[in-house]
Design a binder for this molecule. Structure first.
Ligand code: ADP
Ligand code: MG
Length: 230
């Protein structure tokens, strides 16, 4: 089943002399349950694409359809709600709230949605993420890997159908990188989620079902890596 589809997605920043055509007619289709890696040189348009897929920016033209909903036809309010319920974001910079504990950071999206945190799922996540003994710690009391695992917990707490990750292992050593990818692939297989991840790391990319390459704002499909853990 198709979960995400873009139609001639374009993004241009600035105007006249300062104009940058960051994305040119991107047509990408992703199936539910798929793990897609996005690779490409710095400045090729990867983050621009991920932001548009997640409804955090507006395209210059074209569409993003997720689960039958045309994202950019929604009002800002409806888009924010859609994003919070359907999409989990993970960034290279962990973007944790410094005054909240690991546990509070993880539960934040549910609170923002005026929902009771699902305590048993939150506990399960913290166990799987190896944060059980660290849940009352503040972000600055956690290692980089633990901070990223907290950010992953926060992205997963609402059981989003799509997880968008922008170089989530970019600041981590190879051991922590592998653990993070293990956790993400475990979660997406278990909950039949879709994972779209930007990465510079070929060891990470080759674990995806499919690799797409971006070059100067143009998308190229690549041979599948297809190393499943399941
Ligand atoms: P990547 O993530 O692959 O490094 P980006 O999507 O961040 O690439 O950037 C693609 C191009 O768009 C680059 O040339 C970048 O300088 C430009 N760009 C990105 N964001 C902005 C912005 N907010 N304003 C102007 N130009 C931008
Ligand atoms: Mg980027």
């Amino acid at each position: 089943m198709e979960i995400l589809k873009t139609h001639d997605l374009c993004k241009t920043y600035g105007s006249s002399d300062a104009k940058v055509e960051a994305l040119k007619n991107i047509n990408l289709t992703v199936q539910q349950g798929e793990f897609v890696a996005i690779v490409g040189a710095s400045g090729s348009g990867k983050s621009s694409l991920l932001h548009l897929l997640g409804g955090v920016d507006r395209p210059t033209s074209g569409q993003v359809v997720i689960d039958g909903t045309d994202l950019y036809s929604l009002s800002e309010t409806d888009l924010a709600i859609f994003r919070r319920r359907k999409i989990g974001f993970i960034f290279q910079a962990y973007n944790l709230i410094p005054v909240l504990s690991a546990e509070e950071n993880i539960k934040l999206p549910m609170l923002l949605d005026n929902r009771q945190a699902d305590e048993s799922y939150a506990d399960e996540l913290m166990n799987v993420l190896g944060l059980k003994e660290r849940k009352h710690h503040l972000p600055n009391q956690l290692s980089g890997g633990q901070q990223q695992r907290t950010a992953i917990g926060r992205a997963l707490i609402n059981k989003p159908s799509i997880i968008l990750a922008d170089e989530p292992t970019g600041n981590l050593d190879s051991k922590n990188s592998k653990e993070i990818v293990d956790l993400l692939t475990f979660s997406v297989r278990k909950y039949n989620q879709t994972l779209i991840m930007i990465t510079h790391d070929s060891n990470v990319a080759k674990r995806a079902d499919r690799i797409v390459n971006i070059k100067d704002g143009v998308l190229y499909e690549q041979q599948a890596g297809g190393q499943h853990d399941a």
